[in-house]
Design a protein around this ligand. Structure first.
Ligand SMILES: [Mg+2]
Length: 182
């Protein structure tokens, strides 16, 4: 049975335009978005992790709360080699208590073959809390503070390592990256 990772963009795969660029970021890693926005800065290991998942047979989708033009411009540059199941934007979100929520129920309605085999990776607590409450697996991506260097961010590296050990090792990821309660 294939497993689906639904991954967020901003502050999960990288820093959104307007953020400081961490020390040690190679120019080749930067993604130009537009003259109004500037660069999106992918975190280290995100590309290699997602490409490895694809090789291992995982399905991958991107779901950002951004507007379609913004999302598509980043995704096409970030994952050019990966066939994504879908790329969703704010338009597929559900408005819940004034929040644009990525409801994984919407995903399994459209792709029922992934029922019980889907995990959201997102930095936003509200997204993880909502979906966890409704019985879905989530991994909350940590925010790397910018005093760090580009090469200090190991989140995606660790996810890739876990993927080799076990196809749906979300329990281990949850232990390492627990949802932060405020
Ligand atoms: Mg985000």
């Amino acid at each position: 049975m294939s497993y689906l990772y639904v991954i967020d963009l901003d502050e999960t795969c990288g820093e959104p335009p307007g953020s400081p660029i961490p020390d040690g970021t190679p120019d080749s890693a930067l993604i130009w978005v537009s003259s109004e926005c500037g660069y999106f800065v992918p975190y280290q290991h995100v590309r290699e992790c997602v490409e490895k998942w694809n090789e291992l047979g995982y399905k991958i989708a991107v779901w950002s709360r951004g507007l379609p033009r913004y999302v598509y411009s980043i995704v096409s540059a970030l994952f050019p080699k990966v066939p994504l199941l879908f790329v969703w934007t704010i338009e597929e979100c559900s408005l819940v208590d004034n929040n644009y929520i990525k409801d994984l129920a919407t995903v399994v309605q459209m792709y029922p073959q992934f029922t019980g085999h889907v995990c959201l990776i997102d930095d936003e607590k509200v997204q993880c809390d909502y979906n966890t409450t409704h019985g879905f697996e989530c991994i909350q991506a940590p925010h790397p503070p910018f005093r760090y260097r580009y090469t200090d961010y190991m989140f995606w590296h660790d996810l890739a390592a876990n993927a080799i050990e076990k196809m749906s090792n979300t329990q281990e990821n949850r232990r390492k990256y627990p949802i932060q309660k405020t």
